[in-house]
Design a protein around this ligand. Structure first.
Ligand code: HPA
Length: 248
């Protein structure tokens, strides 16, 4: 595997990557439209990586407007084989406290009306991808081992609920997600995770708990608290990435 096969999709709080020595930026046009921004090629911890800010480099694209197909297609077209997806989430179950890093192993899709598949026209090949294990286990294992080695108190298994947004959830909705077995809630996990699988990419999520989900903390959820917690946790995310990348 060549170095250029690793991509990092940055979410809220990670619109740029400290320590990334940028070598070039490439504007890509895809059959599915424009990605969230140019692909940023560079070196991190001595390895070639491609970075893309999911919500745009100025954080202007809300979760339901992200062109997930264009983003994944562009990365695949650039030769990427492994994708590290960083995503801010709300914590539902008691372990999922703000600022904690979590590596989900399952996902439930509550999104609607998003362009969620590449299989729309050419139906001559298999369109029903297996999704029993939605995340790349090999990549998850590298996350888990790296987190342990740097002494990060990460959660190694969790179920991610992908909601439509852009509004946050009601307390009753969060109660329902918990009854469904979900530990975390975020707005970008789907269709990104499934599209990656359709393209045969090895994809795993490093979730960053930004807030207690609705009804799980005190009072209302504010964007200030989300921003502050994500900013705090980014130090851990960067340390993790610097350990993970050389091991891939
Ligand atoms: N709900 C949905 N998505 C989120 C949340 C939340 O509470 N926090 C960060 N992303």
């Amino acid at each position: 595997m060549t170095d250029t096969t690793i991509a990092i999709i940055g979410g809220t709080g990670l619109t740029s990557l400290n320590g990334l020595e940028i070598t070039r930026r490439e504007v890509m046009h895809t059959p599915f439209g424009e990605p969230s921004g140019p692909l940023t090629f560079g070196r991190l911890s001595g390895h070639d990586v491609v970075f893309l800010a999911r919500h745009g480099y100025r954080h202007t694209i809300p979760p339901h407007c992200v062109n997930y197909r264009a983003n994944l297609w562009a990365l695949h077209h650039a030769g990427v084989e492994r994708v590290i997806a960083v995503a801010a989430v709300g914590g539902i179950t008691p372990e999922m406290r703000p600022c904690r890093i979590v590596f989900p192993d399952q996902i439930v899709d509550y999104t609607w009306s998003r362009s969620h598949t590449f299989f729309e026209e050419d139906l001559t090949h298999v369109t029903h991808i297996d999704f029993t294990e939605p995340y790349c286990q090999a990549l998850r294992e590298v996350f888990i081992a790296s987190a342990r080695d740097i002494g990060l108190d990460a959660v190694e298994q969790a179920t991610y609920a992908a909601t439509q947004g852009p509004r946050l959830e009601s307390r009753a909705e969060i109660n329902r997600l918990e009854r469904d077995g979900c530990d975390l809630v975020g707005m970008t996990g789907m269709p990104e995770t499934a599209l990656a699988r359709e393209l045969g990419l090895c994809y795993a999520t490093c979730a960053v708990v930004a807030n207690w989900a609705a009804g799980r903390g005190e009072g209302e959820i504010t964007m200030e608290e989300v921003g502050e917690n994500v900013t705090k946790a980014m130090t851990d995310v960067r340390a993790l990435l610097e350990t993970v990348i050389p091991r891939l």
